[in-house]
Design a protein around this ligand. Structure first.
Ligand code: CMC
Length: 391
């Protein structure tokens, strides 16, 4: 009963008003607070983009300095946090560690947090942006069995993160500026993407008044799935499995026979080239020229796969184009990250989007607890039958 609109997957339901991110999927346009993603990826940096998303404007020089200082002040984890990492099996998937440990931040900051106070909400946002690289790097080091490297606040956000991931005690570590720039760009490209599944999860969790650390942990859980953030891991595994361009036609036939999906392709909103994929493809080439093989077989497979798919009736009819995850795996892999870390990096970067959306929701006077309805399909009313009389 009830006259509800049936909209599985929310393909045509706007659940909120938002001033953060605009997407025109038909034209392949993505703007953050009005600024095109390609301009931000080219000219800006991740800290500026965080300020833009969280505050609504690009920072002045003085605001930038203050904002960056504020973030670096919060990069450390409480010493007791070690226990959470040590509780995991040594081969735990880093995403499992992320869901658990980010949720555990609630236990460190929740009790003193009044989410109705804008200042305290803001400090939570800063804490999350600041601590995510530390937690992600720590999950990585734990996963590969190396000692943890503490944050260095004199480095920028991407440099510090790369150092925490790749520095080894007793060995010198110089951050490669090309890789740091590529890392920063990957963070920018993943910073926000309006009401995708994980962001909607964060908003839904937050609509009940839950604390922001728990809400972000919910977002990470949702991001993990292969249809969403987990696609970057799956996309690289797929490219490796295809191996060489000669195997592409067979693979494409399998996709068309619905045996599997072409990972890193297709998008709910983009029915055109994902503008993030264009930047990502360029970044992949730059990183491979620096540290890998510019003729990397996986890049060749990816480019050939893209060429064939974009000329194939199946993909043309359905308007399936490469998305952000198609080329990111090649880049991250060349940088030295195992596939298990790919979605973690996505979560790290998306945290600013999630928390900015949470903050926006908390400031919105029309905000209500999220409560979808359903079309009931079960039995009508019936009387209880004792077990001895059930046939
Ligand atoms: N490979 C093959 N066929 C596809 C693909 C694909 N990657 N994506 C969609 N289709 C087909 C689908 O089978 C359907 O065909 P038909 O109408 O004949 O049944 C049609 O295209 C529409 O697909 P849909 O599943 O109704 O579309 P959706 O909007 O529900 O799904 C998606 C969007 C991203 C889940 C989907 O395109 C997909 O599974 N892609 C692969 C996974 C992926 O790369 N995800 C990352 C998305 S971007 C980053 C992020 O969000 O985290």
């Amino acid at each position: 009963t009830g006259a509800f609109t049936y909209d599985p997957g929310f393909t045509s339901t706007a659940a909120c008003e938002s001033g953060l991110t605009f997407i025109d999927g038909d034209e392949g346009i993505l703007l953050h607070r009005g600024y095109p993603i390609d301009q931000l990826a080219e000219k800006s940096n991740f800290i500026e983009v965080c300020h833009l998303l969280l505050h609504g404007e690009l920072p002045t020089a003085a605001q930038y300095e203050k904002f960056e200082r504020n973030i670096t002040m919060h990069t450390m984890l409480h010493a007791q946090f070690d226990r959470f990492f040590e509780g995991f099996r040594r081969d735990a998937h880093p995403m499992a560690i992320m869901v658990g440990t980010v949720g555990a931040l609630s236990a460190f900051y929740h009790d003193s947090l009044d989410i109705n106070d804008p200042t305290q909400r803001y400090i939570s946002a800063i804490r999350l942006i600041a601590k995510m690289p530390t937690i992600a790097a720590r999950a990585f080091k734990y996963h590969i069995g190396q000692p943890f490297v503490s944050p260095r606040n004199d480095l920028n956000y991407a440099e510090n993160f790369l150092r925490m991931c790749f520095a080894v005690p007793a060995e010198d570590y110089e951050v490669n500026p090309v890789l740091a720039r590529a890392m920063d760009r990957i963070f920018i490209l993943h910073a926000d993407h309006e009401q995708n599944a994980s962001t909607s999860t964060v908003r839904l969790a937050g609509s009940s008044g839950a604390n922001p650390f728990a809400c972000i942990a919910a977002g990470i859980a949702c991001l993990w799935g292969p249809s969403h953030g987990g696609a970057n891991e799956e996309a690289l595994n797929m490219l490796k499995e295809i191996g060489t361009p000669e195997n592409i036609p067979d693979f494409i036939n399998g996709v068309k026979n619905r045996e599997r999906r072409l990972m890193g392709f297709g998008h709910r909103v983009y029915k055109n080239y994902d503008p993030r994929a264009k930047v990502m493809q360029q970044s992949a080439k730059e990183v491979l020229a620096e540290v890998g093989d510019p003729n990397d077989p996986l890049l060749q497979v990816a480019q050939e796969l893209e060429r064939i798919a974009l000329h194939d009736e199946y993909f043309i009819e359905r308007k399936l184009y490469p998305n952000v995850d198609f080329y990111s795996g090649i880049t991250l892999s060349a940088m030295g990250f195992p596939t298990t870390m790919f979605t973690v990096l996505f979560a790290l970067a998306r945290t600013v989007g999630w928390i900015s959306q949470w903050q926006e929701m908390m400031e919105d006077p029309s905000q209500k607890i999220g409560r979808p309805r359903q079309l009931y399909t079960g039995p009508t009313r019936r009387d209880y039958v004792p077990i001895s009389q059930r046939g």
